[in-house]
Design a binder for this molecule. Structure first.
Ligand SMILES: [Zn+2]
Length: 261
């Protein structure tokens, strides 16, 4: 694999983690979803954004108390993902960081002897979103040129370029973390049959299809015999509710998406 391809894949995985992180934090505070309505539809179709979290403001899971998480699997996944990404930042910083203490671009390690909680946590206190952005900057080779100081000679660059073996370590870690996050949210590539909720038009079996790169869709096994007002899918054996048609199906099934979330 070329260096450029590895950079591209690593950045894509890190951005995916950042984009889905708020959903994971919501999932921890929500009882595990039934198969129907699937969590990913419930969140995505939610009419208002009241529950959208500003993830940058949230303390990292590894530094928080969790007296009674409603979804232990989601919490476990979140803790594991934080640990992996934080440890990756530690590894990269140890190898290529020259940024001075106090430089906001610097990644600070945990420091158990520090006077306060924030000092003890180092850059972990800024949370997973910050750590992902920081790792992305190293992967993209940002701040690796000597810098002109206000009144003086060129200063050494804050970071050295990332050597190939560490780029591949970053890629591996980011993709593992992304995979776990998507699986936990049910957004990985899978098909799920919907029990006890037959097609309102023909009584056929409904199947939910998810894929990290596509919007969720639902198919009915009734095919041409199904009178639902949606087209047949590519196989021409099933009716399909694509993204824009899903609210109509959900309404027909009598599900209150907002409260079900
Ligand atoms: Zn049908």
């Amino acid at each position: 694999m070329s260096y450029a391809t590895a950079v591209h894949e690593t950045v894509a995985a890190l951005r995916s983690i950042r984009e889905q992180w708020a959903e994971l934090l919501l999932a921890i505070e929500t009882p595990p979803a039934d198969v129907w309505p699937p969590r990913q539809l419930a969140h995505t179709l939610r009419a208002d954004d009241d529950q959208q979290l500003v993830v940058e403001d949230r303390a990292p899971l590894v530094l928080r108390e969790h007296p009674a998480p409603l979804n232990v699997d989601a919490l476990d996944a979140g803790l594991a993902i934080e640990r992996q990404v934080f440890a990756l930042a530690d590894t990269l910083a140890a190898a290529i960081q020259h940024a001075e203490r106090g430089d906001p671009r610097r990644w600070d390690y945990q420091h158990p002897g520090a006077a306060d909680a924030r000092g003890t946590a180092g850059s972990r206190a800024h949370g997973l979103h910050f750590a992902c952005v920081w790792v992305e900057g190293r992967v993209l080779g940002e701040d690796t040129e000597p810098e002109q100081q206000l009144d003086g000679p060129l200063a050494a660059p804050p970071f050295a370029p990332l050597p190939p073996h560490l780029l591949h370590e970053a890629r591996r870690t980011a993709r593992l973390a992304e995979g776990r996050l998507l699986r936990t949210l049910g957004l990985d590539q899978r098909t799920t049959s919907v029990p006890d909720r037959p097609c309102p038009w023909c009584g056929g079996e409904l199947t939910l299809h998810t894929d990290p790169d596509e919007a969720p869709r639902v198919t009915c096994s009734g095919g041409r015999g199904c009178s639902a007002p949606v087209p047949l899918d590519r196989t021409e054996r099933a009716r399909v509710w694509e993204w824009g048609d899903l609210p109509e199906l959900i309404a027909a099934l009598g599900v209150d998406v907002a409260t079900a979330a």
